[in-house]
Design a protein around this ligand. Structure first.
Ligand code: TYC
Length: 108
């Protein structure tokens, strides 16, 4: 295991050494859908079911939240998974000529 040491020199000349493990949880990313005036509601519900493993009821709730509030969260994932989901959603929407926007942001 990689260990990182930070050394603090005290006034009397002695040193304090604090060791941290160097192990960090990877950052997670939220995948968000953004509202627009053109993508049909039914299409957004299908996207949420197809790519985010939601049942029709949950997908409808999220779609309506995006429609009313401008944005909604589809889920939280590792960077690679979030980035793949964004690509899949945008590609699927463009194949159907819809302007649906899907983005990811770090989950602080
Ligand atoms: N506002 C769209 C409509 O009225 C529906 C919609 C919902 C579009 C969610 C995008 O991410 C979205 N047809």
């Amino acid at each position: 295991m990689i260990r990182m040491a930070t050394t603090t020199r005290k006034q009397d000349g002695t040193t304090l050494e604090a060791q941290r493990t160097g192990v960090r949880r990877p950052p997670l990313y939220r995948v968000l859908l953004l509202n627009d005036d053109f993508t049909p509601m039914d299409f957004v519900v299908v996207v949420l079911q197809k790519y985010f493993d939601m049942d029709r009821e949950r997908a409808t709730q999220i779609m309506l939240q995006v429609h009313r509030e401008g944005m909604g969260m589809c889920g939280v994932f590792t960077k690679d998974v979030a980035s793949t989901k964004v690509e899949q959603v945008v590609s699927y929407a463009r194949q159907h000529q819809h302007p649906l926007a899907c983005v990811m942001e770090e989950n602080e």
